[in-house]
Design a protein around this ligand. Sequence first.
Ligand SMILES: Cc1ncc(C[n+]2csc(CCOP(=O)(O)OP(=O)(O)O)c2C)c(N)n1
Ligand SMILES: [Mg+2]
Length: 625
Amino acid sequence: MTVRLTVGQATVRFLAQQYSERDGVEHRLVAGCFGIFGHGNVAGIGEALLEAELEDPGALPYWTARNEQGAVHAASAYARMKNRLSTLAVTASVGPGATNMVTGAALATINRLPVLLLPGDIFATRVSSPVLQELEDPSTYDVSVNDAFRPVSRFFDRVWRPEQLPAALLAAMRVLTDPVETGAVTLAMPQDVQAEAYDWPEDLFRRRVWHVGRPVPEPEATERAVTAIRQAQRPLVVSGGGTIYSEATDALRRLAESTGVPVAETQAGKGSLAYDHPQSLGAVGSTGTTAANAVAREADLVIGIGTRYSDFTTASRTVFANPDVRFVNLNVAGQDAHKQAGLALQADARRGLEVLVERLGGWRVDDAYSDRVKGLAREWDATVESAYHLGHAPLPAQSEVIGVVNEVSEPRDVVVCAAGSMPGDLHKLWRTRDPKGYHVEYGYSCMGYEIAGGVGVKMACPDREVFVMVGDGSYLMMAQELVTAVQERIKIVVVLVQNHGFASIGALSEELGAQRFGTSYRYRNDETGRLDGPKLPVDLAANAESLGVVVLRATTVDELRSALRKAKEHQGGPVLVHVETDPLAGAPDSESWWDVPVAEVSSLETTAEARRVYEDHKTQQRLHL
Ligand SMILES: Cc1ncc(C[n+]2csc(CCOP(=O)(O)OP(=O)(O)O)c2C)c(N)n1
Ligand SMILES: [Mg+2]
């Protein structure tokens, strides 16, 4: 039996029938589709989505985005909240609509998040060529701008003929649901092929369940890991995003409690252990807590769980400073399990942790170590408490803003951020009480993710309040999904932190001797010819208001608290709370480093001095081999 449909219609019908399953629970694998139409998809995928909406509402709901990049961010955020068991598709036109998604694809792939991208592509028949927005490579006719997706996608295919579609769709679903391979999956769809009809076998459209695996560790590898752990005097767990995606946080807590091993967290892993657990050391690395970094410096064994050991986590390979340090890495991906020349325990985080707890029996760290850990954790908590209540004047410090948002939010609420000075401050200071309560995109740290990501988070978890922390720079990069939130009545609370430029890169620049060059938003000064004139008359609160957003302005910490309480009560769409902060009031120090190379020769004394400090730090860097 066959059914005659266009490629676009077949794609939509297929996607509506895909499910994922883990631990006996099924989820819609592709729960809907974001997009923006142009000539490259309006009559193909677009027509198919319209038919679906009219004939089978709910089969594949469609939402209009304002920027294709924002749509992909929303899909990534959605997938992250769903622990990668469910995601969204994004359809785009040919050309710029398609390439707007490339940044989103890179973000998804780097963060190991499944998203399905369906960019339109140039005519397969090549009759209407060069079509509007076609690249026209003079050396070949089978390249289009969509080839830019190849390095940032975990699976890429171009469906030149209808016959290719079934294999492309099946491979796409396999990659989306594979915890090792997952990332952006791109199926480029030539605009003529999208509209072409074909007789499809009915079987293509049967309900399909993709089982998301929990690979078990190899017994020999478990024994090696257990032996290494039993020999350790000062072990430390570094928990990454994999712990959370695997829903292994209870198993991690059992390991911590049964062995006394303390837990530090990466950005993606923050929330692995509640902030007030006595063995919780919080953030580790360049944006870490003094507690986690002190323990990391002395650790003789690092047990990495679901972490890819980013440069920030290792403080550019300086934080694990014990000359005898060894690594045991529990990770579903071989690439990560083998990092830092570690003993690889390649498995699902939850399965692996359960086996470790069982095999470690009654083994525990000694009391002196565990007392030291608890003392350091308490000290850090006191540091956070004072950073929350600085009383900085005349403008509040960012750490106070973070404190108020934390205080006003409920334990299950979600804080969202991505770039600027806030991710580092949040990593250190946010008191996480729920594994899904902390959503900072720091694999790509992409300015513009915040608001679009917040929309995706709220769509995935409508029962949680979502607090989007966004700097003025990120807001100006991409705020337009606020309109999508207005349109779909998606309630997010956006906390816009106005500090007239790049506080983060400004501080970094100063530290590196580059004198905050080009990092604040100022008028060009007629006298100096430089960007050091007065602040710009930019009113981002008015900007948000003009988009249909409810806006509250706060100038003090107390006003911020009452504005946030009001924002929580509001229903039916986004609220933005505007607050100005002092860009020069930093967060407590991490006592760690980040490798950003400084000019080796310079006529500037500030740079030359920074270079001397840099070279000193470079000597502390070490490869674990
Ligand atoms: C798309 C993108 N471009 C550039 C950067 C580099 N960058 C990181 S933070 C930052 C400034 C962010 O400014 P803002 O949002 O105002 O936050 P603040 O630094 O003031 O806290 C820049 C330019 C980036 N992360 N993403
Ligand atoms: Mg700023």
